[in-house]
Design a protein around this ligand. Structure first.
Ligand code: ADP
Length: 365
């Protein structure tokens, strides 16, 4: 028996958006399942907000079709798309109390007074802010205001919520708390979430699936683990997590085993995910936490001089300068008995061949 596929909440079919010569979003297909938490991640200008605004109906596509919950929404106005939105600037009404702010969307929908009171109370309980119902927004902290704007969104029970950098204005600690809170709300309410951020940690923490954007198109998408452990491009590897990237030329021996011939040595590696032939230029990726400092070298290690070690709380980052000028990053857990290497030591960075990945070279420019 095959599993029933989860129906799509959002379906983008060949959607593109240009502003004159600027291709803010190239032709894009994207499907978001009901109940899924999908994050659009990417650097500034990569097209995340454009994609979100197209789904929200705040921008019209240059081409393509947008289907929301089974309905063609391509030309529907925002208020008929059945979605809620949360932005970075909380957009609360300053002259209204917290209660009135949350009640507002229900009053617009002309719900009976008693029902409004009940729903607002439930929304306030969900975000654990029942005690501030009578305050005005300016009497609340940034984190509280953002939770109120979340409550105002979930109070009318939309099937889909779009969020554009909602935590961008908060400090790190509060941001981390809110990430978990939004995740909890998602799990409790089962709402489909489409979330925009440029912060990789936020995307890794919250998402069922990350859609990584680059230059107005989808670079790669997948579960956080898959994006982290199986990046398909140099861009993906560099945007999510830290990377050691060593360029070279592909060699394939008689048994079909791959290796990369580089200025720092010849390194065996698992077969690449994308087709590569002998002589192709490629890049070897090894994550810093998959490298270790060792006194002597082996088949997959590179010698260098320890330039610096930086303590980052639970981990230590070592910077190793190699003979060709490359700097390698080696990350170790900071625990008693870790490598006692010192600045200036001649030492090796070693890894297991299975932990290396061959990627196509980054496109020029
Ligand atoms: P992101 O949200 O990833 O920062 P955007 O979607 O805002 O990126 O922008 C993608 C590209 O489209 C950028 O090059 C941006 O300058 C351009 N762009 C976005 N909105 C407009 C607009 N209204 N007019 C002209 N160019 C725009």
């Amino acid at each position: 028996m095959t599993a029933t596929p989860v129906p799509a909440m959002i379906e983008l079919q060949g959607v593109a958006k240009s502003y004159g010569d600027v291709h803010a979003l190239q032709r894009t297909d994207l499907s978001v399942a009901k109940g899924e938490f999908v994050t659009l991640l990417g650097p500034s200008g990569s097209g995340k907000s454009t994609l979100l605004n197209l789904i929200a109906g705040m921008t019209k596509p240059s081409s393509g079709r947008i289907v929301i919950d089974g309905r063609d929404a391509t030309t529907l106005p925002t208020n008929q798309r059945g979605l809620g939105m949360v932005f970075q600037n909380y957009a609360l009404m300053p002259h209204m109390t917290v209660f009135e702010n949350i009640a507002f969307p229900l009053q617009v929908r002309r719900l009976p007074k008693a029902e409004i009171r009940l729903k607002v109370q439930q929304a306030l309980d969900l975000i654990q802010l029942g005690h501030v119902a009578d305050r005005r927004p300016r009497e609340l902290s940034g984190g509280q205001q953002q939770r109120i704007s979340l409550a105002r969104c979930i109070v009318y029970n939309p099937a889909l919520i779009l969020m554009d950098e909602p935590l961008g204005a908060l400090d790190k600690k509060l941001r981390e708390q809110m990430q978990l809170e939004i995740k909890r709300l998602h799990a409790e309410l089962g709402i489909t979430m489409l979330y925009v951020t440029h912060d990789q940690d936020e995307a890794l923490t919250m998402s069922d699936r990350i859609v990584l954007m680059n230059g107005g198109r989808i670079e790669q998408q997948g579960a956080p683990d898959a994006l982290y452990f199986k990046p398909e491009t140099v861009f993906s590897a560099e945007f999510i997590g830290s990377s050691n990237l060593i360029p070279g030329t592909i060699e394939i021996d008689a048994d079909g085993a791959y290796a990369l011939n580089t200025a720092l040595g010849r390194f065996p590696a698992p077969a690449p995910a994308t087709a590569m032939k002998a002589g192709d230029r490629a890049v070897l990726l090894v994550r810093p936490e998959n490298m270790a400092l060792t006194a002597s070298g082996n088949a997959t290690s590179i010698a260098g001089r320890l330039e610096d070690s930086i303590l980052l709380g639970g981990v230590v980052r070592h910077f190793l300068r190699c003979t060709d000028g490359t700097t390698l990053i080696v990350q170790e857990l900071n625990q008693p008995g870790r490598t006692g290497a010192h600045r200036g030591d001649e030492i090796h960075a070693a890894w297991l061949p299975a932990h290396a990945r061959l990627l196509p070279p980054a496109p020029a420019g």
